[in-house]
Write a protein that binds this ligand. Structure first.
Ligand code: MN
Length: 234
């Protein structure tokens, strides 16, 4: 562990408003498998797995408490934004996590990627949960204290409403590291009044949609597939 480490962690813990009882857990949440392998340490992967679930829960709980009238569809759309790699990476950047991540071998001098930052951000919350004695309430409140304002503002500004092809692709990349396909099923009508039917699909999820342009048909089909995927978890 670098000499400056303990000092640096003070900053991080101050910003989080949380002091770890077990510093080993904090270090583990920032230990990439490339470093873990070299040093014979545990990497952050299982903490990330745990943190991912916790953050989903914190975000849904926060959204429901702030926007009790929102429909399930809207909540799903908001949630997918606030737990996206892109968004969690932003939160990780705010905590300057890239300065703490422990990388080994060739990765050491690489730029810290979006997914790496998002993953360690998730792992950090898994670590806090275990460290505080598995109190979901405590950690949920800490998360809300840090991010409620930011999330509520983003909802009010409509920041989460992005185009559906992008949203869908993010979701499928995150889940399966795959991209959806798009296929024109039919084109009807005269030139000045075309109607396109497009199919979108990934894995067992399929939907078709019609539109006056290929693009608008794709957007609608992407939205339908995304809704199928998001509602399949419940
Ligand atoms: Mn992750």
């Amino acid at each position: 562990m670098p000499a400056s480490f303990s000092k640096d962690f003070e900053e991080l813990q101050k910003v989080l408003g949380y002091q770890f009882n077990d510093k080993g857990l904090l270090v583990r949440s920032l230990t990439h498998k490339s470093y873990a392998g070299e040093q014979g340490l545990k990497s952050y992967e299982t903490l990330e797995f745990l943190g991912d679930s916790l953050i989903n829960f914190f975000v849904v709980d926060l959204l429901l408490s702030e926007f009790p009238e929102a429909s399930e569809g809207d909540l799903a759309m908001m949630k997918s934004y606030f737990v996206s790699e892109e968004y969690l990476c932003e939160l990780g950047e705010e905590l300057l996590l890239d300065q703490y991540i422990l990388l080994g071998g060739k990765r050491r001098n690489n730029h810290v990627s979006t997914s790496l930052l998002a993953d360690t951000f998730e792992a950090l919350w898994g670590a806090i949960y275990l460290d505080c004695g598995r109190s979901a309430d405590f950690v949920r409140e800490l998360y809300a204290k840090l991010y409620r304002k930011k999330i509520v503002e983003a909802v009010r500004k409509g920041e989460y409403k992005r185009d559906y092809k992008t949203l869908l692709q993010e979701e499928t990349q995150r889940r399966w590291r795959e991209r959806p396909f798009y296929r024109v099923v039919s084109v009807e009508g005269p030139h000045h009044n075309r109607l396109f039917e497009v199919e979108c699909g990934i894995r067992e999820f399929r939907a078709t949609a019609k539109g006056r342009s290929k693009k608008s048909a794709q957007q609608l089909a992407a939205r339908r597939v995304l809704e199928l995927i998001l509602s399949s978890e419940s």
